[in-house]
Design a protein around this ligand. Structure first.
Ligand SMILES: [Fe+2]
Ligand SMILES: [Fe+2]
Length: 148
């Protein structure tokens, strides 16, 4: 797959996980409804963030029109990291956890929407097929090394 196809597939995968991740009702204990889904989402985010920040964003940063979008995107990533870190420190059954989870889900959805509507179309317009293929190969190698 080329770079934008990989990013699109990752985004779809994460959006479907986000829809499924919910906290249990406060009275029922201290768990996510399905903790494995939350773990899968955090792992998918970790690998996806790495391929964007180490392969995709550096390639896009070289274009004047895309540089500010990349800057914003990195800021979004740090916000998402911070929300994940915060969520891991608070009691899962608390109302605060529920709010943080909602915030996290909103941030991820908005961030993905921005990338889909802005950065990815620019990448398609400015990078040729060859470059997109080469970036895709780099992403696949990095995904494999980080998944192991
Ligand atoms: Fe991103
Ligand atoms: Fe992304």
């Amino acid at each position: 797959m080329n770079a934008t196809e990989i990013l699109n597939a990752d985004h779809e995968h994460m959006l479907s996980l986000i829809d499924e991740v919910e906290l249990a009702e406060p009275e029922s204990g201290v768990v996510f409804r399905d903790p494995a889904k939350f773990d899968r989402l955090t792992e998918a985010l970790r690998v996806h963030t790495a391929i964007e920040e180490r392969v995709f964003y550096p390639a896009m940063r070289t274009f004047d029109g895309a540089a500010p979008l990349v800057f914003e995107a990195c800021r979004d990533h740090r916000r998402i990291d911070a929300l994940l870190a915060h969520l891991s420190t608070i009691r899962r059954s608390s109302g605060r956890a529920l709010n943080r989870l909602r915030e996290l889900k909103d941030h991820i959805r908005e961030h993905i929407k921005d990338e889909q509507e802005q950065l990815i179309p620019i990448a398609r317009a400015l990078l040729g097929d060859k470059a997109l293929q080469a970036l895709g190969q780099k992403m696949e190698r990095l995904t494999q090394s980080r998944a192991g």
